[in-house]
Design a protein around this ligand. Structure first.
Ligand code: GDP
Length: 283
């Protein structure tokens, strides 16, 4: 609740920022360069300092997309190796600045705890997410890897996965398409009536049970923000709602509105329902 946004935040610029996030050697610089070369209408490109990110701006279907590369500056002839190349701070800053993060996962080394930790950071920051499998040209069986990814990332079933290779150029520009689709989804504003239909159906299908004799009573739901979409549920004793019921409600909303590639946020707010008591006292 403390991180809850209260005001609407209209987009200040039409440029969509996409950050390439991933551990060292996953293929960020290669993808960054390939993306920059692929696009004819290059607007500008700026090399970052060791603390900053590399940036390239491109035009795509009438929009400006800015790609942020967190690989850091490579001095010619100098190869940074291992963990020194990975700056957690630079990564966090890029996640914060971006609208959508492409989380790169190496097809030749798909099981990394760091990949999962980075995914967690992206979701917590409320950013859009695309899982980008890199170096697909180096593996024969991508289906098998996709199955494994599904298991590793089972906490984000809504993230699309893109199989890419910077070597062959496979699917790289698909990243632009997906990012603009996800951006549109993040701007969706659901009707209050639609949302409340889903809420009441959820309550009937699976009445939330509380401790002892208490029964949390979700009463109504409104969307209060976009990017990420944010929902506030009002009711009584909502502090007693079990996390599994909250997950259930999110699932019900996503069944109807999938919100592909973006987390959706929820706040639960208890209403001090004193009106009845006051009325009784006055009677
Ligand atoms: P970064 O540290 O995340 O920026 O990773 P790099 O882009 O520097 O890539 C690390 C290594 O993987 C380099 O040797 C690249 O040539 C290689 N690499 C990156 N992408 C691909 C790819 O799509 N296919 C192949 N075969 N090699 C790749």
């Amino acid at each position: 609740v403390s991180q809850e946004k209260v005001a609407w935040s209209p987009k200040t610029s039409e440029s969509l920022k996409i950050a390439l996030i991933g551990r060292p050697n996953v293929g960020k610089s290669s993808l960054f360069n390939t993306l920059g070369q692929k696009q004819q209408a290059l607007v500008s490109s700026r090399q970052g300092t060791t603390r900053d990110v590399n940036r390239v701006e491109i035009r795509f279907h009438g929009r400006t997309l800015e790609i942020l590369d967190t690989a850091g500056l490579r001095k010619p002839g100098k190869r940074e190796v291992g963990i020194e190349k990975f700056s957690a701070l630079r990564t966090l800053a890029a996640i914060e600045e971006s609208d959508i993060c492409a989380l790169l996962v190496d097809a030749t080394e798909p099981h990394s705890k760091l990949d999962q930790a980075l995914a967690g950071q992206i979701i917590e920051a409320g950013k859009g997410i695309i899982v980008v499998l890199t170096k697909a040209d180096l593996v024969d069986d991508t289906d098998h890897i996709l199955d494994e990814l599904e298991r590793d990332f089972n906490f984000l079933p809504y993230a699309p996965v893109l199989i890419t290779s910077s070597e062959t150029g496979q699917n790289v520009t698909k990243l632009f398409e997906l990012a603009t689709e996800i951006d549109a989804t993040r701007h969706l504003e659901l009707k209050t009536s639609e949302l409340n239909k889903i809420l009441s159906e959820a309550v009937i299908e699976h009445p939330p049970a509380g401790l002892k004799n208490t029964r949390p009573k979700p009463k109504y739901i409104v969307q209060t923000d976009t990017c990420p979409p944010w929902f506030v549920v009002h009711g009584r004793d909502l502090g007693l709602l079990h996390w599994s019921w909250k997950r259930f409600l999110e699932r019900k909303i996503r069944e109807k509105y999938p919100f592909i590639g973006t987390p959706i946020m929820f706040s639960y707010r208890n209403n001090q329902d004193k009106t009845k008591n006051t009325a009784n006292l006055n009677d």
